[in-house]
Design a protein around this ligand. Structure first.
Ligand SMILES: [Zn+2]
Ligand SMILES: [Zn+2]
Length: 406
């Protein structure tokens, strides 16, 4: 109100504007001031609204499995996460327990683990809220989450190994993970393309298992499995069963699974394994030799993290063949190896960690097009509040993939 009057006085004194120009200027000034006032009012109202809204939201509690320290975890209640303008809030529908989760929970893996936190990195759900700056997604959409977010600029990322990123961030580690009712998907994950839409026909369980399948696809590529290969998969847990199916799809002539658990051998055969061998009662080396005319397997994937098995497994590999140490091994993985087996037989030994986003997209594509059976690999589903039972079932080895639902 007063500012224009004062301005008018000052302008009169400062410059000899003609009265016409002066009136025009004042009219515009009034308009500009009115616009600024409106904008300020709107901003103020929105801020106050958001403040109270967030205050109310903060009071909302949800179920979660709270990891307080090594071997110290329990289901309980935490505050439902608030999202920023660039985030998505995901309503968890299914989250699978991974072997890595078990090692974190029991305390044998502590590197990169936050306390307290919520872990779980095999996640599928429905979008519940969208930050107002997020585009391309809608509330109610079914999505799976690629949990690993590479930095894009470290030496690993720059040399095409984003799966081994040195500054990676991950949901289930740096950000709270899947064993909770609502998960905040941070801006960085959305911008890196880690939120993948799924069609109706894909089950939430299969959606959650895209993540471990992506890891297996990375392992398959590292192992170099191809046309007419004889492949040995050591261990027919969920990961071994994925590797078995992938090897068939990649063109392997014969896929042999070694697994002492009869239920797992049965499912391996159901899902297409050519042979399922009990290494305790049967002569695995003899069987591999028979199948390959004494040459040994072209490719071996270790899908069980028992260091003591590595040496005997190397001896089952053909000259010039590949042994992929896919599983995470217990402790530091220390064991005794006759390295001359590797030397004289020119065996390629390699590892595999996580996945590239391209592997995740391929995994999602395989699941969407029904090329791989992941639902058969999930044997038990538990509620968040029954997490202890789920954990014990997982450790017992009586089931395969154990799934958590809200
Ligand atoms: Zn995992
Ligand atoms: Zn990086």
């Amino acid at each position: 109100g007063r500012a224009p009057q004062r301005l008018r006085k000052e302008l009169k004194w400062a410059c000899p504007l003609s009265s016409v120009i002066r009136k025009e200027f004042e009219k515009n000034l009034q308009k500009i001031l009115k616009t600024i006032e409106n904008k300020l009012q709107k901003w103020y109202k929105r801020s106050v609204n958001n403040f109270y809204l967030n205050l109310c939201k903060g009071v909302v509690k949800m179920k979660a499995v709270i990891l307080s320290g090594p071997n110290d975890f329990a289901p309980g209640e935490i505050e439902k996460p608030l999202i920023g303008d660039h985030d998505i809030l995901l309503e968890m529908k299914r989250a699978a327990i991974c072997g890595t989760d078990i090692r974190i929970l029991e305390g044998t893996k502590t590197k990169g683990v936050r306390y307290p936190s919520v872990i779980g990195h095999e996640i599928c759900g429905v979008i519940s809220e969208i930050g107002k700056e997020v585009t391309g997604y809608e509330v109610g959409e079914k999505v799976a989450i690629a949990n690993v977010i590479p930095c894009g600029s470290c030496p690993s990322c720059l040399s095409g190994r984003e799966n081994a990123c040195m500054r990676r961030k991950a949901i289930g580690y740096e950000f709270n993970g899947g064993f909770e009712e609502y998960i905040r998907i941070p801006e960085i994950a959305i911008k890196s393309g880690n939120v993948i839409k799924l069609p109706e026909q894909v089950s939430f369980t299969a959606g959650a298992l895209i993540e471990p399948l992506a890891c297996c696809i990375r392992g398959l590529k590292n192992a170099g499995t191809g046309f007419n290969d004889v492949v040995l998969i050591v261990g027919a847990g969920p990961i071994g069963l994925m590797h078995m199916q992938l090897a068939k799809i990649a063109g392997a002539k014969q896929v042999i699974v070694s697994e002492p658990n009869p239920m797992r051998r049965q499912i391996a055969l159901e899902l297409g394994a050519d042979k399922a061998v009990d290494p305790v009662t049967e002569d695995l080396a003899g069987i591999i030799s028979d199948v390959t005319g004494g040459l040994g397997a072209d490719v071996i994937v270790m899908a069980i993290g028992v260091p003591a098995l590595v040496n005997s497994t190397l001896k089952l590999c053909r000259r010039g063949g590949t042994v992929n140490l896919f599983a995470g091994f217990a402790g530091t993985g220390e064991c005794t190896i006759e390295v001359n087996t590797i030397h004289y037989n020119e065996i390629n030994v390699n590892g595999s960690t996580a996945y590239k986003r391209e592997d995740y997209l391929q995994a999602a594509d395989m699941v969407i097009s029904g090329k791989i059976n992941l639902d058969r690999i999930a044997t038990h589903t538990y509620k968040i509040e029954d997490f202890q039972t789920a954990y014990e079932m997982c450790k017992s080895g009586k089931g395969l993939k154990i799934i958590i639902e809200p």
